[in-house]
Structure formats: C-alpha cells, structure tokens
Design a protein around this ligand. Structure first.
Ligand code: SF4
Ligand code: MG
Length: 334
C-alpha cells in the first residue's frame, strides 16, 4: 500500500499516583513510503508516547493503549502478540533515541553490537553480518570500518556514537525509522551533519521516517509533512510549507513567533504565557484555551474538530469552523 503506517484515534494512558494521565488523546496520522513526517511539540505533549506506541514500547503495566488502531503495512500492530511485535521491532521498524549512550552497551564492541541484532533477527551468518555492519558504518560516514568494529562506545565522540546508533537502526533494512530528538544531545555543527546524514540515507534507501522534535529548525531541515501536537492531540497537520507559511492554529503561530523572537534577551523568551493543561484531568473544551489569545466561549466547552484549511492541511480550532463565523466576527471587532 501507498500508506506505510496508518494511525487512527490513538489513545494512550498511564496510571500514576493521583490517577490516570491521558497522554495521547485521539491522535491520527499516516506516513507514506519514503517520506518524513515530523511530529513537533513541547515536552509532555505526547509526541514521544505516540512514537513508543507505534514501536510497541509503551511500558507495562502502568501504560496502556486504551483505544485506536496502528496499521503498519496493513498489519494491525495493536493486535499482535509480544513475540510477533518483537520480530518487527528493530527490523522493519527501528527507533533512534536522543542519547546514543542509552542505545549502546559500554561493555561491548561496536562490532558485536552492530551484528548481534541482525544475526538473531535475520538469521544470517556471522561473516555476512560482519560485512553488512562495515557497509553500514561506511553509509553513516565512518570509514575504516574493520578497525571501528573492534572499538568500544567510549572511544567515539558523541556525534560518531549517534552515527553508530543510526547504523544499528539501519542494519536490518527497516521500512520506517522513528527518531526521537536524535540531535538534541549534540552540538549545533554535529547536529547539522546528522540531519544531513538522515537526508542522504533516505535518498539512498527510500526509508520512511518519523522525526520527533521540539525544534522547528529540525522540522525545517527534515520534514515533508508536519504534525503539531499539544496536550496529547494533533492540533495542526500539513505540508512543511503549510505549517511554516500558512500556520492556522494559534498554537502553531505562537511557536513560529517564538522563533522569530529568538533575538530577545533570554528572560523575555517565553514563547507562550502559561502552561499546558493537566493531563490527569484534560479540559472539556480546547486544550489551548488557557493560553490562547483568541479563546471564545465555545472553546471552553467543546473540543474543536479538525477542520480542512486547504487540501491536506487541517487544524483543530474553532476559528476555522464555519459554525463559529458569528463568534469570530465578535473576536475580530474586539
Ligand atoms: Fe484558541 Fe479557541 Fe482555537 Fe482553541 S479553539 S486555539 S481556544 S481559538
Ligand atoms: Mg520526548
């Protein structure tokens, strides 16, 4: 199928002291072959939880997919046994985390870490795995592979370690890679090189990507399409162009304004006043209500539906809903 991944009405909750956190609340998106979808939002918006749900990595027993569907190549992942899910994790679906040190075992050589998974998952010979590992190191820009294979993680710089993690993610030739803040722990120059590397890998292999980030700069460099998340929901979705040039949700607009104002002294750098709502008890109406300069009475009581702005560009805001025309008038005159 054209759609590699299709997520519908995904709800994920966590049991915690004091009740249940509704971390993801009705998220829907898809990813096509060879494209990069960026999921952007502040910390705690549910973007990482969404990606863990796709990977089948929601920590049990306190975390749970409460409702929804995750179809990968037509297979419903939420219905798979743990065993079948493990067969997909790390092979057809791979994940890259922020800190390469958490993904690497400090006591094992790079070579054994690169080949371990593929020998186990794909049942190929050690010799074939060894060759593939060297090819992968080459692909991520580490020459002298045979030498590198014998070294340990601490013998590499942060940027090189992230390249190794990317090589590990690629070695089983996945169709989809989910990268959660893959460059956040790196300094700016290295960050740019790693983003460049993703682009090159995608051109060479046609792999699809989900890029989870809080950084609109990363979105600008990597994304084909963008989903903006706030308080467990996607509030706006569209092409990179739609989001950067025709942002239609007040939250997206506020995020973009915050970039423009980056030259302000740091103590005034408060992109949006206030804090996201408490997800123990999500608001009845629009989640952005408390921080939104355009909030109307309807916003406090009824959740705004996703409305088509143009083509595949959608946003969930009452300002875009025809039924709110009368109310909008009032706001504009205000
Ligand atoms: Fe603001 Fe209302 Fe739109 Fe929510 S629905 S973003 S409160 S205008
Ligand atoms: Mg996160």
């Amino acid at each position: 199928p054209d759609k590699l991944l299709e997520v519908e009405n995904l709800h994920v909750s966590f049991r915690a002291q004091g009740g249940e956190v509704h971390a993801v609340r009705g998220v829907a998106f898809d990813v096509a072959q060879g494209e990069t979808l960026a999921i952007v939002g502040e910390s705690g918006c549910g973007k990482s939880v969404t990606s863990l749900a796709v990977m089948g990595l929601i920590p049990r027993p306190h975390g749970k997919i409460v409702a929804g569907s995750i179809r990968f190549k037509g297979t419903e992942l939420t219905a798979l046994s743990a065993k079948k899910m493990r067969r997909i994790q790390g092979t057809d679906l791979s994940m890259i985390f922020q800190d390469p040190m958490t993904a690497l075992n400090p006591t094992l050589t790079i070579g054994s870490q690169l080949t371990e998974g593929i020998v186990y998952q794909k049942k190929i010979s050690r010799a074939a795995a060894y060759q593939r590992a060297i090819d992968m190191l080459e692909m991520v820009g580490l020459s002298n592979g045979a030498q590198r294979m014998k070294q340990y993680p601490h013998q590499f710089s942060g940027g090189m370690r992230q390249r190794i993690v990317i090589a590990m993610a690629l070695i089983c030739r996945p169709s989809l890679i989910i990268a959660d803040e893959p460059t956040t722990a790196l300094d700016v120059t290295i960050q740019a090189q790693i983003l460049e590397l993703f682009d090159q890998i995608q051109k060479e292999t046609g792999v699809s990507m989900i890029m989870i980030t809080h950084d609109l700069g990363v979105v600008a460099k990597t994304a084909d399409r963008v989903a903006v998340m706030y308080a467990g929901k996607i509030v706006e979705m569209g092409s990179k162009r739609d989001i950067f040039y025709h942002a239609s949700h007040p939250y997206t607009q506020a995020l973009l304004n915050a970039i423009v104002r980056l030259d302000l002294p740091s103590d005034t750098l408060k992109p949006i006043e206030g804090a996201p709502p408490d997800l123990f008890a999500p608001p009845e109406g629009c989640s952005f209500c408390e921080r939104c300069p355009f909030a109307m009475e309807v916003c406090r009581h009824v959740q705004p539906p996703a409305t088509t702005v143009d083509g595949h560009h959608t946003a969930a805001c009452w300002l875009l809903d025809k039924r709110a025309d009368g109310i909008r008038q009032k706001v504009e005159n205000y």
